[in-house]
Design a protein around this ligand. Structure first.
Ligand code: ES4
Ligand code: ZN
Length: 327
């Protein structure tokens, strides 16, 4: 068939990938053994069997347990390098990668260890794979404003190694407003601003992210369709929505891929694109997301494929010159 080949072969950017969510069970067990970490799962198979999620929180509990095996700079390098090799194989030419430093600093791993390991993989991907990659530091929204401020301050000696800040983890009950002052400081420092909003949370969280955090993209944002005024605003401003279909399926945001609202988001003129979110946990990397989503939704064809790829480059934080080259 021609459509899957087009989806696989077209160059694209990935803008919503949590690097800790690319940690495959095999690598989790390898690192656990290497670092002397005891896991609450007996085998790779037992761990994979636990990947049956009912909502965001049921996933996050296992995602943070998986990340507990990351201790050394080499571990962070190995995880990011494995992702970048998979991305290159999917014809991802540019990736903007989230990392969650608090997941690691809370366990006593220095920020420096995290960023140097990731940065090494980013540089090697450019020279050996021809993939450009950038890092985005995410604050965990279930932790305090003070903790986020301390994380930002601790990151400043390495400010040239990441291009932006984001907001992730448990959404319900942790509205963007809680982090207004941290994001104001990050903006002053010149960082790009993104935030998860409208994945499980209501459209009002998307509006808050725009008005209080001044986001340049909304991560997920699929619940925006519940608010017609918000949709008009997002469309008029070309505000990107980094949509993650397999994630939404596995976390029960939509019951089936056939019910996903991606076609509707494109139809109303929104700058949506496809991303993998946490590919090791949700059943596939970027091309798997494209192929399964297009297979489930007959409204999606070559025109939408091209639009999604174009949107991914438009929404990226590269220079206008680089965008002109890709578009
Ligand atoms: C996440 Cl799918 C999702 N939502 C919110 N926070 C996250 N961290 C990693 N994956
Ligand atoms: Zn995410």
């Amino acid at each position: 068939e021609r459509l899957p080949a087009l989806l696989r072969l077209m160059p694209k950017a990935e803008l919503h990938i949590h690097i800790e969510g690319s940690l495959e069970p095999e690598l989790i067990f390898k690192l656990a053994q290497r670092n002397g970490v005891t896991l609450p799962y007996a085998s790779v198979e037992a761990l994979r069997a636990a990947y049956a999620f009912t909502d965001l929180q049921s996933f996050l509990d296992i995602y943070y347990a998986g990340a507990s095996v990351l201790l050394k700079e080499a571990d962070f390098f190995e995880m990011a390098w494995a992702y970048l090799e998979r991305a290159a194989a999917d014809n991802v030419v540019h990736a903007e990668i989230f990392f969650d430093p608090q997941t690691h600093t809370e366990r006593g791993v220095p920020f420096e260890t995290v960023i140097l390991g990731l940065d090494h993989a980013v540089h090697r991907a450019h020279t050996e794979l021809g993939v450009s990659a950038r890092l985005i530091l995410c604050f965990l929204r279930h932790l305090s404003e003070e903790d986020a401020f301390k994380t930002l301050e601790a990151a400043l000696p390495w400010r040239h190694h990441f291009i932006g800040v984001g907001l992730d983890s448990s959404e319900m009950g942790f509205p963007p407003a809680k982090f207004e002052r941290v994001f104001a400081r990050a903006r002053e420092l010149g960082f790009h601003i993104v935030a998860h909003a409208g994945e499980e949370g209501p459209p009002a969280y998307i509006t808050e992210a725009l008005d209080l955090l001044h986001t340049e993209r909304i991560d997920h944002g699929v619940r925006c369709l519940e608010d017609a005024g918000l949709v008009a605003r997002l469309a008029a401003s070309r505000m990107p929505l980094t949509v993650c279909p397999l994630s939404n399926l596995k976390l029960c945001v939509f019951k089936t891929l056939a019910e996903h609202n991606l076609p509707a988001l494109l139809d109303v003129g929104l700058c949506a694109m496809v991303n993998s979110d946490d590919p090791a946990y949700f059943g596939g990397y970027l091309n798997q997301n494209f192929v399964e989503t297009f297979a489930a939704l007959p409204q999606l064809g070559a025109r939408q494929a091209w639009q999604l790829a174009a949107n991914s480059f438009e929404a990226s934080f590269v220079s206008d010159e680089q965008k002109a080259h890709w578009l």
